[in-house]
Design a binder for this molecule. Structure first.
Ligand SMILES: Cc1ncc(COP(=O)(O)O)c(C=O)c1O
Length: 362
């Protein structure tokens, strides 16, 4: 049986390669290197006793904080145990019989569509287009049989994006065909200020839209499990709320959420670090003669190895021997054994990876 190693699965890698977990430099999980905001660390340590009480089952003040942070109407917000819980419940609520998933993309969507027994087709982001979505081609295949469209923006693993203007065009077509649209904005906070890519402002106007967001990556807290969905379709949201367990967001996550979304300094510093480091790394990689780097608006890079005879598995194996963990991206649909993905860590760590990559591919 072919075993796929998913990004971030440090425990598995540690067991497989006999490396202590703490020694692995994890470039595969797409988690921000800025660490937990200190405001969140303080609020947890000063409020340990919050665990002795149930969180607000309606999560009203958490939703207010998310609304203020994201620009969404708090009435349209549903919170969940990571975005993964919301992906699962929203897809079950839509219950799509026929879906289109823009791909290569995060695998959880296809898993959930299959769980609902629905059929799906993958709309290929073409390598020849540098994996940038061809809107006209996508619009051609959406028809009245299409129940659901899934789009990650920026996309994982390509880092490519769709502007708000183009999202609107897609949503208009989908409204005509009665197609529900999921936009996964897990990586949206990492995008440059001058690219307008969020679909949140469109959620009031389009009730065939659900924007899914998380805190795991940008706020460096994948263990906290806090995500949120923004959707103005009352029928779908009521079904989701009927399915979801009460209190699925625990008291710590509720408290941390109320704190992190207000931490303007952390948010500003994180964005500014990732944006400048992304540019610096991209400028360095462009000069690698045996690597092709795709433009990204996320906190990770997709690379194609051009050196003859060197596969993504070779690069993975060589790096893990140095305790460096990257994502071998060969198992994503439409990618091959030439693709790797790595996320932006701190400057010294990034330089270490770039040096190793240079040695392997020169
Ligand atoms: C596109 C995308 N959506 C959702 C998730 C899951 O995030 P969460 O930790 O919020 O469940 C990931 C995790 O890698 C992801 O890449």
């Amino acid at each position: 049986m072919k075993y796929t190693i998913h990004g971030g699965d440090v425990d598995l890698i540690s067991r497989m390669y006999g490396i202590e977990k703490e020694k692995i430099i994890n470039f595969s999980g797409n988690v921000s290197p800025m660490g937990l905001p200190s405001s969140v660390r303080n609020v947890i340590t000063n409020n340990i006793d919050c665990i002795c009480e149930y969180p607000d089952v309606a999560y009203l003040s958490l939703k207010e904080a998310i609304g203020e942070y994201s620009g969404a109407n708090p009435k349209n917000i549903t919170v969940g145990n990571g975005s993964t819980e919301l992906i699962s419940h929203f897809i079950a609520a839509v219950n799509p019989q026929k879906s289109i998933v823009v791909s290569p993309a995060y695998s959880e969507y296809i898993k959930e569509i299959k769980n609902c027994g629905g059929a799906f087709s993958l709309f290929e982001l073409q390598e020849k287009d540098d994996f940038i979505l061809n809107i006209d081609e996508l619009l051609k295949i959406i028809d009245s049989d299409t129940d659901m469209l899934v789009l990650c923006n920026p996309n994982n693993p390509t880092g490519t994006y769709v502007t708000e203007e183009n999202l609107k065009i897609i949503l208009q077509k989908c409204r005509e065909t009665d197609t529900f649209v999921f936009i996964d904005e897990t990586y949206v906070e990492f995008a440059d200020d001058n690219v307008n890519i969020s679909g949140v402002a469109l959620t009031d106007e389009f009730d065939n839209l659900c924007v899914i967001r998380g805190t795991s990556k940008f706020f460096c807290c994948p263990g906290l499990r806090l995500g949120y969905a923004i959707c103005s379709n009352n029928k779908i949201c009521d079904t989701v709320n009927g399915r979801k367990d009460s209190w699925s967001v625990n008291s710590f996550a509720e408290l941390c959420g109320k704190t992190m979304f207000k931490d303007k300094e952390f948010i500003k510093n994180s964005r500014s670090f990732i944006c400048s480091e992304r540019k610096r790394i991209c400028d360095i990689l462009i000069d690698f003669k045996n690597i092709y780097v795709y433009k990204t608006q996320s906190n990770f890079f997709l690379l194609k190895i051009l050196k003859e005879g060197v596969t993504s598995k070779d690069v993975f194996d060589k790096l893990i021997k140095k305790n460096i963990l990257i994502r071998n991206a060969e198992d994503f649909p439409f990618l091959s054994d030439r693709f790797i993905r790595f996320c932006i860590l701190l400057k010294d760590e990034n330089d270490m990876l770039l040096n190793e990559l240079r040695k392997i591919t020169e």
